[in-house]
Design a protein around this ligand. Structure first.
Ligand SMILES: C[S@@+](CC[C@H](N)C(=O)[O-])C[C@H]1O[C@@H](n2cnc3c(N)ncnc32)[C@H](O)[C@@H]1O
Length: 275
């Protein structure tokens, strides 16, 4: 996945865009619909912050349909200024300085003034929290390439905010590919995603489907311990061969956020079909 990352120049602005499959633009569209559907809820807060610590370059090229589209941060920004409740602060981060620069440029060209955080998410989250007004409403999007980058310390830091919704990309493919090896070898990056998982996930006694499911359940329980509730609607995104790639999941303390997400994040052709 990360090793197959490809960039192409967007003919509209000449800046780099990430080459993606249709599943990625579907993901961005559900995040955008959530941002749209929350506009009225956001107006109840004077401070409204968007945090995207894996922002990418801000534009994507969907190589199957050969279409250019906004990535998560640019599309969330553009959507939020269409109605009321625009984000009052926009924080973007990435480990890749060129991605961060062009994402910021694209948001600036649309009228925004993003705060830029260069570095790995487990470090930039600390700076992001310092910029946030603690009585405000916050939406954090965590969209890493791989599961190992979804470090639990990032989620637990964000969960300390009073009003926070977190949309996380949870890589099912990564989990299936690497779980047994990491269980057998000890150590490994999943320890950072779900600390102590081996104690709770007896991977060797479970079959190929049960073991990843047990890991995911344990991860969700860990996040729940921070006080955030997981969404019922956790759409799964599949590639052209119908292999499951990842889920999107919302964590929030607010029932209203869950109600909105359950509708906004549904597959428009299969509303109500949650898993
Ligand atoms: C899947 S892309 C993000 C795509 C973006 N959300 C969009 O919709 O266009 C993941 C991004 O994470 C960045 N990245 C990789 N490792 C990271 C890390 N440890 N911390 C922060 N960003 C990282 C990559 O440079 C890449 O831009």
């Amino acid at each position: 996945m990360a090793s197959r990352v490809r960039y192409v120049d967007d003919p509209i602005d000449g800046l780099r865009a990430l080459s993606v499959g249709f599943w990625s633009t579907d993901k961005t569209d559900r995040i955008r619909r959530y941002v749209d559907a929350c506009w009225a809820a956001r107006t109840h807060f004077s401070q409204r912050t968007y945090i995207d610590l894996f922002c990418g370059p801000g534009r994507v090229y969907e190589r199957f349909g050969k279409e250019w589209q906004d990535g998560s941060a640019v599309s969330a920004f553009s959507q939020s200024i269409l109605k009321g409740g625009a984000f009052t602060k926009f924080i973007i981060g990435d480990i890749d300085s060129e991605n961060l620069r062009v994402c910021a440029e694209r948001i600036s060209r649309r009228g925004g003034k993003p705060i830029l955080l260069l570095g790995p998410a487990h470090e930039t989250v600390v700076q992001a929290i310092k910029h946030v007004d603690h009585s405000g409403l916050n939406l954090a999007v965590l969209d890493p390439f791989n599961l190992n980058l979804l470090q639990f310390s990032v989620i637990s830091a964000l969960a300390k905010l009073k009003h926070v919704d977190i949309i996380a990309h949870f890589s099912l493919m990564d989990l299936r590919r690497n779980l047994i090896t990491q269980y057998r070898d000890g150590g490994g990056s999943f320890d950072l995603v779900a600390p102590n998982w081996r104690v709770h996930v007896p991977a060797k006694q479970l079959n190929k489907r049960e073991a990843p499911q047990a890991f995911e359940n344990y991860w969700i329980k860990l996040v729940e311990q921070t006080g955030l509730k997981p969404s019922l609607n956790r759409p799964v995104f599949k590639n052209a061969r119908r292999a499951e790639l990842y889920r999107l999941i919302l964590f929030s303390r607010k029932d209203l956020a869950h109600k909105i997400w359950n509708s906004a994040a549904s597959d428009l052709t299969q509303r109500g079909f949650y898993f």
